[in-house]
Design a protein around this ligand. Structure first.
Ligand SMILES: Nc1ncnc2c1ncn2[C@@H]1O[C@H](COP(=O)(O)OP(=O)(O)OP(=O)(O)O)[C@@H](O)[C@H]1O
Length: 962
């Protein structure tokens, strides 16, 4: 048996020896005497250390040869190193060198060979090792002979490679003690034991404890884990299983690699010390399995199914001197006693002997009795982990299991009543449930709790920051109340300023109930002493613009300024013209606000005049593009910034208005210059923000993106609108012919048609895509007698304006365009839209495009031409519904939030490691309520110190998306 042990030991030799051998061989066995001596001393000491308990002649011979290495010929040296390599567990010297290179290249140089060591390979090479059925291996008892010890002591190899490789391993050996008793070091006493210290540890351990506190983890492993980002227990616990294998009850035919569950009895449990730093733990379980499918053989009891016993060899490997101590091995052995009834699950590997199987990834539970077996045998999910940074998933699984076992009970920062109210698992149970679930249901509950946390801290962080920005307790309560009962905060028409009332009277229509409520809510907010942060959401064409205009009028009426920012010049011009027309209709000329248009194309002389006007307060409202947030634009008293098409701008730009602080209202400033008194009502405050979203985004997504904003939704459409009739047609020759016919019919009755293309120019890479410019001539020829216009992003600003103006005025009948018209373009009598290669657009995007027609009283059609039959199905959803929120939800489900929002905006979405917004929206709502509840009790979270610490740990600033 001693031979077996020494050989196994040799397989576990450290990287230092391998590096030295590889280096020596690669450098061509250099002849400098000093070097040769240093090398032979080093190898000798290493080999001796590996084999020092063996009296086997092979080892002794090798030692002798190593001793005379310095005087041996190059070929003998090469042969010797070949032998040493084999002794170390490699196939040959060549194989050793390859391994060394591969590890260096993979960047895993510090990789611990032990855990990768395949015992079965060694068993095959050295038949004397029969781990699975051999009697207990004698543990080390210090029987090394005196002469050997003397020899070892004199062969110090310190610093062999210090001058060449810089990787020194101090291997000075000390006389071996008679009986081995591990002396607890300060470091090891700090570490957490798997079982016994659990309670004691719970006091000191926290989720953010370093991973070095995991019992038995080697320094190398620690480094590896840390290099892969696992610095703390939390990081490890948040490495969630990728999926769970569905464990099947074992049948007679067992295949390699299957994940199975067994009930059986422990036959043997033993700890084997294989070297001074390496031990193997093996439990052998005997299980009787049934062939459920066989009815041919009857057993003694008349049972028609065949039964047989199989043997499972559950193996675990430990490295580190602490794990080779007799007491440790005894403790591990005693964990499972002979005759224990157990449930084992995991991945099986077939062994050479019949009916013997090995399991290295497994769960083992001791069962009370046979009754419990039926419950367990139903199968439990087996977690499968993703690898990370080259770390083996099984290793990760093992280390995570150890962390779960020592997890303290009191790690949960979320208050108990929140846990109860929202029926959540405790955090400890959630970690156990996600990593070691007893059922899929448990894993699901655990997942819910962890998703809840992701959302909860996001909401808590945002609301907390908002409250921090407020002065008084009343303001804070008011804000939380507003989130809890948004409907109770509204200023109705009678309370609006006279300018707002007058403006509303000039509108050529009456506001819809939703529009009225929206204006009332916004005006209520504008009266508050804290900056408003509101998102106005509504389906295409529901009339958001006029709501925003009314909000602007309200602040202008009180002597302040308004800014209205839109994403395109086209839209800026459209809004400017629209508002100018509405203001022209106002009877009272005296208080008519002065408005300006400021875009990138505004001539510089004109821009300067506008800048000046904004600075002095002569201009009360400016409409424009991102030019509005340029540094040189200064406002005298900016009180509201309307940001249209919020998601096109993102959080950063929205925030930039905040730097344009207003100081005092223009009227009070004038008063102040006359009387030297500043109105007490005027504060230095950031302007109110009204964001408008034209893409109806699901509430959950809105909450995730704009968790810090109030939400107003316009849910009805102006009266008289008839739903746009939608056709989904395959874009083949027949399809196109049909569409051209329909277009002709529409044009004949005075309709206007948009033709929307996915690209401007035809491309060689995507020849199947129809292009706007390329089609212009063809369409003009095809529809002779009708005028065609072209509109796309590469045209100059004034050319675009002109194209749209002509279409609006009816000078062109067909407008060939790209998706530039997607946002906000309002030509009320456009009555038909044809979208080429419609499958290239997202559902929400198509809904937006479709919203460009049917904006007036005219009945409208939208034709979506699919590139292929297969894409018809996805488009059909648009045929079924014209409800933007429903479609946005569908899009969210089908394509995820990134695609729904577009690249730019989805970059502002916080990252959720396990939550999926498209399906976990309800948890987000709950988390929002929970956050409100907590902050309602303690605005500054002083009453919840654990929660506050946790919040700061989770870096709330990053969740703002900036
Ligand atoms: N209450 C109303 N009654 C009738 N027409 C209205 C009403 N409100 C707005 N409109 C008209 O509906 C059309 C669409 O309005 P508006 O451009 O404000 O919609 P929107 O919500 O901003 O649309 P989009 O999301 O497409 O930009 C405009 O022509 C506008 O004049």
């Amino acid at each position: 048996m001693a031979v077996a042990v020494s050989v196994v030991q040799s397989c576990f030799s450290g990287n230092g020896l391998r590096s030295a051998i590889a280096f020596e061989a690669e450098k061509g066995y250099r002849n400098a005497l000093g070097r040769k001596m240093r090398f032979s001393n080093f190898v000798f000491s290493k080999i001796s250390k590996l084999c020092f308990r063996s009296k086997h002649t092979f080892v002794k011979d090798v030692l002798k040869e190593v001793d005379s290495y310095g005087i041996a010929s190059i070929s003998d040296r090469s042969k010797l190193l070949n032998k040493v390599s084999v002794l170390m567990g490699y196939d040959s010297l060549h194989n050793l060198i390859e391994n060394e290179r591969a590890e260096k290249q993979s960047g895993m140089y510090v990789k611990d060979a032990v855990d990768e060591f395949d015992v079965s390979l060694a068993c095959r090479r050295f038949p004397s090792i029969i781990l699975s059925s051999s009697p207990r291996v004698e543990l080390y008892d210090g029987t090394t002979s005196f002469t050997e010890r003397m020899l070892l002591e004199t062969q110090s190899c310190e610093g062999f490679l210090s001058d060449t490789m810089g990787e020194v391993q101090s291997t000075t050996l000390v006389p071996v003690k008679k009986s081995y008793q591990p002396v607890p070091t300060e470091e090891s006493s700090k570490k957490v034991s798997l079982e016994s210290q659990k309670d004691a540890v719970s006091v000191q351990l926290s989720l953010d404890s370093s991973i070095s506190c995991i019992h038995g983890i080697s320094k190398k492993r620690c480094h590896q884990l840390e290099n892969c980002g696992f610095h703390t227990l939390r990081k490890l616990l948040h490495h969630f299983p990728r999926t769970y294998a569905d464990l099947q009850n074992a049948q007679i035919k067992i295949d390699d690699g299957q994940y199975l569950i067994f009930i059986g009895k422990v036959l043997n449990s033993r700890g084997i010390k294989a070297s001074s730093t390496f031990s193997i733990f093996e439990v052998v379980v005997g299980c009787e399995i049934t062939d459920n499918e066989s009815t041919e053989h009857m057993n003694d009891f008349g049972d028609s199914r065949r039964k047989k016993t199989i043997y499972l060899h559950l193996k675990k490997f430990f490295r580190g001197t602490r794990f080779t101590s007799v007491p440790f091995l005894r403790i591990v052995e005693d964990k499972h006693k002979e005759g224990d009834f157990v449930c084992v699950s995991g991945k099986v590997r077939t062994m050479p002997s019949k009916d013997h199987y090995e399991m290295r990834e497994y769960n083992i539970d001791v069962l009370k009795d046979e009754n419990e077996a039926s419950f367990h045998a139903k199968g439990r999910p087996y977690p499968i982990y993703p690898s990370k940074g080259g770390l083996n998933p099984n290793f990760l699984r093992d280390i995570i299991e150890r962390v779960v076992q020592v997890l303290p009970v009191n790690v949960d920062p979320i208050p108990k009543n929140i846990i109860l109210d929202f029926r959540l698992l405790s955090l400890q149970d959630a970690y156990t449930g996600i990593h070691q679930p007893k059922s899929i249901n448990e894993a699901d509950l655990a997942r819910k709790r962890l998703i809840f946390d992701e959302f909860f801290y996001l909401q808590l962080g945002r609301l907390y920051q908002m409250l921090e920005g407020l002065g008084t307790q009343i303001e804070k309560d008011g804000l939380l109340d507003k989130y809890r009962k948004p409907e109770s905060s509204a200023a109705y028409m009678e309370e609006w300023s006279s300018l707002t009332k007058k403006f509303s009277k000039t509108l050529p229509y009456t506001l819809t109930p939703s529009q009225l409520t929206a204006v009332s809510e916004i005006i209520w907010d504008l009266r508050q002493p804290v900056p408003m942060n509101r998102l106005l959401q509504g389906d295409v064409g529901c009339g958001k613009t006029v709501v925003a205009f009314l909000a602007c009028m309200e602040v202008i009426g009180s002597g302040y300024q308004a800014a209205f920012m839109v994403p395109t010049e086209l839209l800026a011009v459209q809004h400017y013209e629209h508002l100018s027309n509405l203001l022209e209709n106002m009877e009272d000329f005296e208080c008519k606000p002065s408005i300006a248009l400021l875009t990138g194309s505004t001539p510089s002389k004109q821009s300067r005049i506008i800048h000046k006007g904004l600075q002095t307060g002569d201009i009360s409202m400016v409409i424009g593009t991102t030019s509005l947030i340029a540094d040189k634009v200064e406002f005298a008293a900016l009180r509201i910034a309307v940001v249209d098409e919020q998601q096109r701008f993102g959080v950063i730009q929205r925030g930039r208005f905040n730097s344009k602080l207003y100081y005092t209202s223009i009227s009070s400033r004038m008063l102040a210059t006359n009387s030297d008194v500043t109105s007490k009502n005027d504060k230095h405050m950031a302007p109110h923000i009204l964001a408008m979203s034209a893409t109806p985004i699901p509430r959950t997504l809105a909450l995730a993106l704009y968790g810090d904003m109030s939400l107003t939704q316009i849910t009805d459409l102006p009266p008289g609108r008839t739903p746009v009739e939608t056709f989904i047609i395959e874009g083949n020759d027949n399809g196109f012919e049909d569409v051209y016919e329909m277009m002709l019919d529409e044009l004949k009755v005075g309709g206007k048609v948009y033709l929307v293309y996915p690209v401007i120019e035809q491309s060689e890479q995507l020849p199947q895509l129809r292009a706007a410019s390329a089609d212009f001539e063809f369409i003009s020829n095809r529809f002779q007698g009708y005028t065609c216009g072209l509109l796309h992003g590469r045209m100059k600003s004034d050319e675009k304006d002109e194209a749209l103006r002509k279409f609006r005025l009816g000078e062109t009948d067909i407008l060939l365009s790209t998706q530039v018209i997607e946002i906000g373009v309002d030509v009320p009598d456009a009555s038909m839209m044809v979208v080429m290669n419609a499958d290239r657009f997202g559902i929400a995007q198509l809904h937006q495009l479709r919203g460009r027609v049917g904006r007036g009283v005219r009945k409208s059609k939208c034709i979506l031409l699919a590139s292929s039959v297969s894409s018809l199905t996805r488009l059909k959803v648009l045929g079924k519904s014209s409800d933007g929120f429903y479609l946005a939800n569908m899009d969210l489900l089908l394509r995820g939030p990134g695609n729904l929002l577009g690249k730019k905006q989805s970059g502002h979405l916080p990252e959720f490691p396990i939550a999926r917004l498209e399906v976990d929206g309800n948890i987000l709502q709950e988390a929002h309520l929970a956050a409100l509840k907590v902050l309602g009790v303690s605005h500054d979270l002083e009453q919840f110190p654990l929660l506050k610490t946790e919040l700061s740990m989770r870096q709330p600033l990053s969740i703002l998306g900036d």
